[in-house]
Design a protein around this ligand. Sequence first.
Ligand code: NAD
Length: 357
Amino acid sequence: MKIAVLPGDGIGTEIVAEAVKVLNALDLKFEMETAPVGGAAFDVTGHPLPESTLKLAQSADAILFGAVGDWKYDTLDRPLRPEQAILGLRKAMGLFANFRPAICYEQLTHASSLKPELVSGLDILIIRELTGDIYFGQPRGRRIATDGHFPGAEEAFDTMRYSRPEVERIAHVAFQAARKRSKRVTSVDKSNVLETFQLWKDVMVEIGQQYPDVALDHMYVDNAAMQLVKEPKRFDVVVTGNMFGDILSDEASMLTGSIGMLPSASLNSQNQGLYEPSHGSAPDIAGKGIANPLATILSAAMMLRFSLQQPEAADRIEVAVKKVLSQGLRTGDIYSEGTTKVGTAQMGDAVVKALQG
Ligand code: NAD
């Protein structure tokens, strides 16, 4: 099992070190190789995704990724900015299926901005299509308008598009994921207004017929945004396009209280995956040893389950994380009175201890 370890920038190095510590505490054999990515790679090689890092990622079964980005790179040309590394990896490896579980741990229900009874026991899986839609559609650009409301004025445009095979493959991913859960899929679209999402909905219905044991319903994205804060527990698996998924998965993440708890996985059709916390590089707290490593540790658990076929090891890590929360250990982002505040490394050590105990 070969893992490419790409810590990246900011808190990336601190939180990935803890996930590696946890992986090393399992009685499994991994080959782990580390490479620079993002701003760290730009500093050394002049590019955020050097050829050698991409090669390593492509040759591995899975990538454990920290985070990229720092304000000091904000003046670079867009193709050289750290964030381009992640887009480059998604594109080069065809990582089209993004999994973002939003789980509200019993011990953290009070950390949510919603009432505890609305989020207690929450366990949603958002599946976002990651390589198509308006984020990648061509043509796009800026020009002088020749028609529309203001001919002769400068305008900008993007193209929303999905092909049938792109929707089919993400539909299969969603139905198969639902089979391992409570067998319900909500497909989120905007088919009342957009042709792209009428095709999306039609294909979801067609593929759904191959999964008669899974219940499929449809919701417009505006209603889904509302239902996520009104009655989040009505959802199980949510599948949607790239842009709607971007927005809804961030909304769902906040239901659970802290972004420091949320793992994610991005998979291609060969089950190769990139596993990373849902948060960024948090330059404001980098180097202080206070970042929450649990989202990265839980991403490592997803990696064991989805790409490395080690579901028992994944379960063990998830149980260990629940155990440290029950022991009252908290990093600053999830701290509340009556609990014990710990740093990044102490939290990692506690998970290792809980694994062994
Ligand atoms: P961020 O997620 O890095 O931080 C938002 C807030 O959450 C900050 O206050 C931060 O301190 C806090 N936070 C984040 N992770 C935490 C953790 N594990 N423990 C405790 N607190 C945590 O988002 P941002 O500030 O908007 O972006 C910072 C940089 O990260 C930018 O350069 C951005 O482009 C980049 N970014 C990268 C990724 C990625 O690598 N996939 C994703 C999002 C943002």
